[in-house]
Design a protein around this ligand. Structure first.
Ligand SMILES: Cc1cc2nc3c(=O)[nH]c(=O)nc-3n(C[C@H](O)[C@H](O)[C@H](O)COP(=O)(O)OP(=O)(O)OC[C@H]3O[C@@H](n4cnc5c(N)ncnc54)[C@H](O)[C@@H]3O)c2cc1C
Length: 388
């Protein structure tokens, strides 16, 4: 096998394998290698998203569950959304990635290896790996991003269970049930019924610091007890950490002048995760489709996955979450109450209309948001002045 490529993609996750599959489908694909150390089974987890019918149909082969109804619950109320236009999907990441892997064809290939270092030379980048050495004119790097130690994260541990008795409401996905311990940060239970006996339950915490694994397990057990769900079998456990803060970009993984070979981040590493929700799937899909179309026309630049306006709004939202933890639960509940199912799905997808935004703004407590906006503007002005 050649070790020289037009494009090297580091990481065969959502962004990397989706890009490789789209390049392989082009008329004259660039020579491309995807370098990924793990099998899809080793990385299997649930990816959820809102999708319209045409996209849901494209994702059928990897869909584990699909709901047109979802709910958010706090101590005093329950908001149930119905949507005709959108469904909430839960995918098996392994099935999704196997599907993309099966679409690869010569000259686009996948190798099992781990990248250890990148060195720019005149016209190309040398990619050092555990097993060898490759070179490419362009490198797209999707290795998971780092965030500051005190940065906000969404961290969770979940169980797939079989219940002894049929569960209530298997047609409703529970996105946030806040009736749990709120002492360590914004905490909620996320519960997806895949059938009337099969449930995924995750204890999710939004805070800067992780808890010991038993903390999340105890929260799941408490929630099951309160909801009278007896466990027949714990089928599997999954856990994850999703950054909701500014990413630390590796100096070697950034776009530089046109004189040098391009090394650019894609996917979550390029900031595709919504800071206010942790959802990334759809932003990655859009970014990668635009990138693949650009590459076909000779434009190798990576599109920004989330607009700067949306990122600024999310920063303000997260600032209020951090500075006013007493308001955190009510912010999500107020937002859910202000919107219909379709409007909520659009909002979560980053496709809210002006009137959706006005509804959300009208529902929020004004003073904390004005204070946070003023702080953000002052910080940006100070950053600009220090650079001048
Ligand atoms: C457990 C979990 C659950 C999530 N659930 C959701 C969800 O429900 N909905 C949603 O929208 N988002 C979710 N996310 C956010 C998630 O980050 C994205 O949806 C998506 O996986 C990001 O795609 P990506 O390609 O950017 O990164 P990844 O899919 O993480 O791919 C990066 C790849 O880089 C590989 N890699 C690491 N080191 C090296 C190396 N040295 N050399 C080569 N390759 C390397 C990794 O093995 C990995 O496969 C979840 C994240 C996690 C961690």
């Amino acid at each position: 096998m050649s070790t020289e490529f037009d494009i090297a993609i580091i990481g065969g996750g959502n962004a990397g394998l989706t890009l490789a599959a789209q390049l392989a489908a082009q008329d004259n694909p660039p020579t491309t290698v995807v370098i990924e150390p793990q099998t899809v089974e080793q990385r299997d987890c649930s990816w959820s998203l809102w999708a319209e019918d045409h996209q849901s149909e494209q994702l059928t082969h990897s869909t584990k569950g699909r709901w047109h109804r979802w709910q958010l619950i706090d101590d005093t109320s329950r908001v149930i959304h119905n949507s005709k236009q959108y469904s909430y999907l839960s995918l098996s990441s392994a099935d999704y990635l196997l599907g993309r892997g099966a679409q690869l064809r010569d000259p686009v290939s996948l190798i099992e290896d781990s990248v250890t270092a990148l060195h720019r030379q005149q016209q190309q980048t040398i990619i050092e790996t555990e097993k060898g050495r490759y070179s490419a004119k362009t490198v797209y790097d999707s290795r998971p991003p780092k965030i500051a130690e005190d940065g906000l994260r969404q961290h969770f541990l979940g169980w797939h269970i079989h219940s002894k008795e049929p569960i209530k409401d298997p047609h409703v996905a529970t996105l946030m049930d806040f009736r749990v311990d709120q002492s360590q940060g914004l905490h909620f239970i996320y519960a997806l019924p895949f059938s009337d006996h099969h449930l995924l339950i995750e204890s999710t915490l939004i805070s800067a610091s992780l808890q010991p694994q038993d903390w999340y397990r105890n929260a799941i057990e408490d929630w099951l007890r309160v909801n009278n769900i007896e466990v027949e079998e714990i089928i599997s456990e999954e856990m994850g950490v999703i950054p909701m803060d500014t990413l630390i970009t590796d100096a070697s993984s950034s776009t530089t002048s046109s004189e040098q070979p391009l090394i650019a981040n894609i996917g979550a590493a390029s900031g595709a995760v919504r800071r206010s929700s942790g959802y990334a799937f759809q932003h990655i899909q859009q970014q990668i489709s635009q990138l693949a179309s650009g590459i076909a026309e000779g434009n190798m630049a990576v599109p920004t996955p989330i607009s700067s306006r949306l990122t600024a709004m999310d920063r303000i939202f997260n600032g209020v979450l951090l500075n006013r933890p007493d308001l955190a639960v009510s912010l999500y509940m107020r937002m859910a109450k202000a919107l219909t199912g379709d409007q909520f799905a659009r909002f979560m997808l980053g496709q809210a209309s002006l009137s959706d935004w006005l509804r959300v703004i009208a529902a929020m407590p004004k003073m904390p948001f004005l204070k946070q906006t003023a702080e953000l503007i002052a910080k940006q002005v100070a950053e600009k002045l220090s650079r001048a």
